[in-house]
Design a protein around this ligand. Sequence first.
Ligand SMILES: O=C(O)[C@H](O)[C@@H](O)[C@H](O)[C@H](O)COP(=O)(O)O
Length: 241
Amino acid sequence: MNLLIYKTQSELFEDLIDYIVTIANKSIAENDCFNFVLTGGNSPKALYELLATTYRDKIDWSKVYFFFGDERNVLPTHESYNGLMAKKAILDPLDIAADHIFYVDTTLAPEKAAIEYNKAISAHFNGADIIFDLILLGMGDDAHTASLFPGTTILDNKEVEIDSVFVEKLSTYRISFTAPLINKAKNIAFLVFGESKAQAVKHVIEAPKKNTKLYPSQLINPVDGSVTWFLDDAAASLLDN
Ligand SMILES: O=C(O)[C@H](O)[C@@H](O)[C@H](O)[C@H](O)COP(=O)(O)O
C-alpha cells in the first residue's frame, strides 16, 4: 500500500492526474486500450473536470473505456446518478463515444441492473478475466467504499462480480462492484480528503485488527495489483506515522 499525503487538493490532484496518465498510457501502449473505473461522490468531480480540460491532451481518450464502480438506484437523469456527474464533468467534454461508456442501467430493478451490468462487462472483456487497469475509489466517513457499506450483505459476496445491495442506513438499493472484483484490478487509487474522513482513514489504514464489517474499505487489498491512497493533510491528520 502506498500512502501519499498532500497539503492541498490541487497538489493532490496534480499527482493523481500524473498517476492516471502514466497508467493510461502504459495500458494503451500494451493493450491499445485503458479500462478505467470511475468513482462517484463529490470528491472526484474537480479531478474529472481537470482531466477533460487542462490535461486532456495527455491521454488518447479514443482508447479509453469508462465504467462505474457503483451506482445509486436512481434514474440516469437524476442529479445523484454517478453516471450523470461523470457525463457532465468528463464524458461529454471529451466527447467520449457511447460504446466506450458503460453506464449502469438503473431503469431496471437493482438486481436486474446488476445482472445486465455483469453481462455488459463480461462481453467487453470477451470472456477473459475481468481485470481493470485502474479503479478510482472514494471513501465515506463510515469507511465505506463504492457501495460496500458497513453491515451490508455485499460485504460477504466473495464473487468477482457486480451485485445489488439494500443499504439500510440510506433506505435504498445500490449497485456495486464487490470487493473481490475491485481487488482484481491492476491499480486501485483511493481519493480521500477532508477532516470528516480522518477517523475512518485511521481505522482503515492503522487498525491493528481488521473489522471489515465495520470498516469495509479494509476489504480492498489487490490480489496482484497495487493500491495507492491519495490523501490531504486533513484526512490523514489522525495517522500516527
Ligand atoms: O456512489 C458514491 O457515492 C461513491 O461511490 C461513494 O463510495 C463515494 O466515493 C463515497 O461516499 C465518498 O463520497 P464523497 O467523495 O462525496 O465524500
